[in-house]
Write a protein of this length. Structure first.
Length: 142
């Protein structure tokens, strides 16, 4: 009887762990939610943890590597007022196999006039699943 109960308990535990496992889309959305929270608390260093060392960032210029992306953000958004409040909307996550995905969405920065005023635009991200989780390897923002 105890053996049957232990097997039943093990089965229920395994089923609960399987059900609790996040899908790749949920994991990717969590990366973006973390980035939003990090940005909104003023931490550029934490924000860029979502990027890979091999990242290519395409906007008005092309920036390569996570250190380059960090410096780009620090120069363009040097103060909390310039950073403003970030939000992402209209996110579409599409898998490109088991370890790559792309995301299309919109960003909005709500800022005071002193901080540069509101800004918004669209972005496309390509992410790759790594041992450290999902990382952005390409960011095209306009």
């Amino acid at each position: 009887m105890i053996t049957k109960l232990l097997r039943y308990f093990a089965l229920i535990t395994a089923a609960a762990q399987f059900a609790a496992a996040a899908t790749p889309e949920e994991e990717i959305r969590a990366v973006l939610a973390r980035q939003t929270a990090d940005w909104n608390r003023g931490s550029t260093d934490a924000f860029v943890e979502g990027y890979s060392a091999e990242t290519v960032f395409v906007s008005d210029t092309i920036t390569r590597g996570v250190d380059g992306v960090r410096e780009r953000y620090r120069k363009r958004y040097p103060t909390p007022a310039a950073m403003g409040r970030l939000s992402f909307t209209d996110l579409e996550v599409k898998m490109l196999g088991s370890d790559h995905a792309y995301v299309i969405g919109r960003f909005k920065l709500e800022r005071s006039a002193e901080g540069g005023g509101d800004a918004s635009g669209k972005f496309t991200l390509v992410l790759r699943k790594t041992a450290q989780g999902w990382k952005i390897i390409l960011d095209h923002t306009s």
